[in-house]
Ligand binder design. Sequence first.
Ligand code: UDP
Length: 489
Amino acid sequence: ADQEDKPHVAVLANSGLGHVIPLLEFSKRLVVSHGFRVTFLVVTTVDPNPAQDQLLNAPGLPRDLRVLGLPAVDAASVVPEDSRLLTWVCLIVEASLKSLKATLIELRYPRALVVDLFCTQALDVAGELGIPAYSFCTMSAKMLAFSLYLPTLDREVTGELVDLPGPIRVPGCPPIRPDDLLDQVKDRKNEEYRWFLYHVSRFPMAAGIFLNTWEGLESCTLRVLREDSFYRQVPARQIHAIGPLVHEDGDAEGLRSTDIECFAWLDRQPEESVVLVSLGSGGTLTTEQQVEMAWGLELSQQRFLWIVRKPTDASASAAFFDVGRDEEDDPTKYLPQGFQEKTREVGMVVSSWAAQVAILSHPSVGAFLSHCGWNSSVESLAKGVPMIAWPLYAEQRTNAAMLVEDIGVAIRPSVEEGRKVVGRKEIERVVRAVVSGEEGKRMRRRAREIRDSSIESLNQGSGSSHASLAVVCEDWKTKSRGCEEGLCA
Ligand code: UDP
């Protein structure tokens, strides 16, 4: 059919790979499986990180998916210098969305607008234009439940949430220990907390909420969100679990030379023998922790593939802005002296960034030491790989606790009394346990069950995630044709 005949929807992503990747995948699915034409609107800065740029300009994107950057924002002019990560993100979004109304009019009123969790100002703009607007929550269903409960906590608790004497009882969910709360709610006096609360308070304004999860992964929480009276603010029929959305890098985008080396190396390793160590798009270790990590991997005598970054004591998300920027980066300069020579037989070190999903899909990979970002967690489970939970920032501690305690697919190393870092012996222990121990076998079986459930959920006949999205798509196709013809203007 001619491109113009296809129903048109717009998807709006905040900048940052953990947001762009799942929303782009969602957009591809609308095009490829549901017959839409999609405009992918993305918040951009004057200095975007190269990994994101590469993804958005990939030659293999489907023809009916058009990427359109909103006018680039100069971060230096809108974000005060000492701002934390989420404040930075939200101020950029706010500046960027000033052009949204004009853009949507220019796009001739798409039938629906799907907006990133931290772009909720767009819900107002869509409302003014009469365009149905949906939210895309890039977190777990459990984090959605917590977020819907946060305005209540904000009203009822006077001090800091982290100082509460016991775990936080989110209606219908396993309790969350104060330590495992997401960073943004640990300091209520900080701007970041206000921003988080502002955006999550607006979930109920959306016509529906898409989640990158599925029944086989979070069935209890999904049921609670739909049935528990506390969540009446968001009607059950508006919660759409449509995951897993997994970016199969490598098929369309083409692999870089380091990726090709990685796969050649993985091809030579025995099945399920390698631990992948990777800390998301922004994660970094402190200098002391990086040394312990190197020793721990070496002592474990297990095979490893380590996506390594320059350590820093400044912040655990220091690579967020720069991932892939330094092409000359040379890990031998910051890994312990002799580490690579000593581990040459068993280890492979890649600087900064690699094709994570393709690596997780490789039969030689047996475990994933991950920062537990939600996308990485979903990817590991969709590929049936058990995890070592190494949370660093944002909501990763909540995810880690869930993966270990509620789902049973991960192990979490502990920090010895009086120390700030996870010691080498503990790293050696957890790597061995997952790659070659009995515990690892049990977690792998569980991860496989979840992988199988993810495959089933996407089945075009009987899958729950497929059906959940198909229902909304039908609605978009039939109900709002008037808007596209300009009748809503
Ligand atoms: N990723 C990747 N290569 C890397 C590191 C990360 O492809 O070397 C991808 C990963 O597959 C995931 C995303 O970047 O899709 C990171 O998202 P996540 O939610 O896990 O963490 P965040 O980066 O948002 O903290």
